[in-house]
Design a protein around this ligand. Structure first.
Ligand code: NAD
Length: 504
């Protein structure tokens, strides 16, 4: 099945076992060196159906396992993830390219979601009202949906799957995960650890693949709900197709996050924060900041000057070298696409202040590197303003007022994250109150909610009603059932009268 036997073959994980399946496969590259070191199987319909069948078979027993027992698996998984963190981070860096420190950051965020899932008995307690009528009690409980699916992007191969399946399974569901085919190993390694932690076979299944596998998950009647994270066109497709098949769907899409820098901001502090937000993980983050909106020319001049100074200090190279701040982009194709945006920005008339295209990483000439790029005088209407680039390209937009900055942000199709740098509490409060964006930071560049809140953008950054992880995920992965109960008792003289006709 694999046409390159010298490379590592990555298959699927179905019913607690490694599995092959699908006649097609594709290369998985190490972006630091530009070599295809692995090959991943692409699941066909039969393989995905086997995973769904395993999940469906595991559901009745898992549903009836007490929430406390399900939570115990999460406690053990948390410990195992911590123990194997280095190995998982190395898998991430070898396929995604991000520096090991960024890989550890994403894994830690994932582990926080496992810790949240361990609160299952508390999260599933339900709501009780006694004596809603004479001798009548009523309560709402939250029951699992059954088999649910998750489809995840390349940029957080450990964290985004951990946003989904731990909460889904701790609520009593069983799961089929379809990770990104560009960096599939971390999801499989974590599934192995989940089984070591005591997750019964079939409760979590991982199928690798692309559109063919996704389409089965979107149409199979046994799948009750689908969580998706990825680019907006695919998010919209998944939302519409899954909904048309009667499934509950949440689909998180792309982003173009703006950071507003006010004239009174501490510029040193703001630029320090913006460097990590723009160039960390090579800009391949949906909460990255690719646009700075500077209020006033003096603010813009100061921001651009300081950014140039800081960019000059950045080290770019393989993610395994801890001296490096930024690794390569994920694939040759993506690297070429991002370079294309830099050319586009120059053609559109923005000023390219720092050009990272000439970068050479000694000994890694075939790697997919692009140095930090910085544009000034970016304007709405330019493609580099409008479109998600998903690379180390930061643009500075100049505005005259906070109002103008906010109008620009509100007019953008995406509404994932934004932030404001200021010392003015009134301006910050006005901004947080009115801006049409789902996650907002004040002097915090990447306002990613902690695991006990939920993560979700507005506008075309999220299709569906409920956000990812946290309390929203508990609601997404369960259905409310409300029960009203009366136990007529001979000893109780006064009670509700349900007899009919009522005038006997
Ligand atoms: P992508 O949309 O290309 O792929 C996401 C998933 O969809 C993958 O599992 C992929 O196999 C599958 N897929 C791709 N094409 C498909 C098709 N035609 N039909 C069905 N399935 C298909 O996204 P990506 O490049 O892996 O990830 C980067 C994108 O994800 C960026 O746009 C980024 O903003 C977004 N993202 C969003 C969030 C968020 O929380 N909003 C978080 C992380 C990443």
């Amino acid at each position: 099945m694999y046409d390159k036997p010298q490379v590592t073959a990555i298959g699927h994980f179905i019913n607690g076992q490694h599995a092959t399946g699908g006649s097609r496969s594709q290369d998985v590259f190490n972006p630091a060196v530009g070599n295809a070191e692995k090959r991943v199987a692409l699941a066909d319909k039969t393989t995905v159906e086997a995973a769904i069948a395993a999940a469906q078979a595991a559901f009745p027993a898992w549903r009836n396992t007490t929430p406390a027992k399900r939570a115990e698996v999460m406690f053990r998984l948390k410990q195992l993830l911590e123990k194997h963190a280095d190995r998982i981070c190395r898998l991430i860096t070898a396929e995604h390219g991000k520096v090991l420190n960024d890989a550890l950051g994403e894994l830690q965020r994932g582990i926080e979601n496992v810790a949240f899932a361990a609160y299952a008995p508390e999260l599933l307690k339900g709501e009780l009202s006694r004596n809603v009528g004479p001798g009548i009690d009523s309560w709402s409980e939250f029951q699992p949906l059954g088999v649910v699916a998750g489809i995840t992007p390349f940029n957080f191969p450990a964290m985004v799957p951990l946003w989904m399946w731990p909460i889904a399974v701790v609520c009593g569901n069983t799961f089929v995960l379809k990770p990104s085919e560009r960096d599939p190993s971390a999801a499989i390694a974590i599934a192995e650890l989940a089984h070591e932690a005591g997750l019964p076979p079939g409760v979590l299944n991982v199928v690798n693949g692309g559109k063919e596998a996704v389409d089965v998950l979107l149409s199979d009647t046994r799948v009750q709900a689908v969580s998706f994270v990825g680019s907006t066109p695919i998010a919209e497709y998944v939302y519409q197709t899954g909904s048309a098949h009667g499934k509950r769907v949440q689909a998180l899409g792309g982003a173009k996050n703006h950071a507003v820098v006010m004239p009174d901001a501490d510029i040193g502090n703001a630029v320090n924060a913006l460097m990590g937000a723009a160039y960390g993980s090579c800009g391949e983050r949906c909460m990255a900041v690719p646009l700075v909106v500077a209020v006033g020319d003096a603010t813009a001049d100061a921001v651009v000057e300081k950014l140039q100074t800081e960019i000059a200090k950045m080290k770019v190279g393989p993610g395994t070298d801890t001296a490096n701040d930024m690794g390569p982009l994920v694939t040759r194709e993506h690297c070429d696409k991002v370079r294309g945006y830099v050319e586009q920005g120059v053609r559109e008339g923005a000023t390219l202040v720092v050009d990272g295209r000439g970068i050479k990483v000694a000994g890694h000439e075939k790697g997919y590197y692009l140095g930090a790029c910085l544009f000034d005088h970016v304007k709405p209407g330019m493609r580099i303003y409008q479109e998600e680039i998903f690379g180390p390209v930061l643009g500075v937009v100049r505005t005259e007022s906070l109002q103008q900055a906010m109008e620009m942000i509100d007019a953008h199709e995406y509404g994932n994250g934004t932030c404001i740098f200021t010392r003015d509490g009134e301006a910050a409060r006005y901004f947080t109150d009115h801006i049409q964006v789902g996650m907002v930071g004040v002097n915090v560049p990447l306002p990613v909610p902690v695991s006990y809140h939920s993560f979700g953008g507005w506008k075309r950054s999220l299709f569906g009603d409920l956000a990812a992880y946290g309390p929203d995920a508990v609601r997404f992965y369960t259905k409310r059932k409300t029960i009203t109960q009366r136990w007529p008792s001979a000893g109780v003289r006064e009670g509700a009268v349900f007899s009919f006709p009522s005038h006997r």
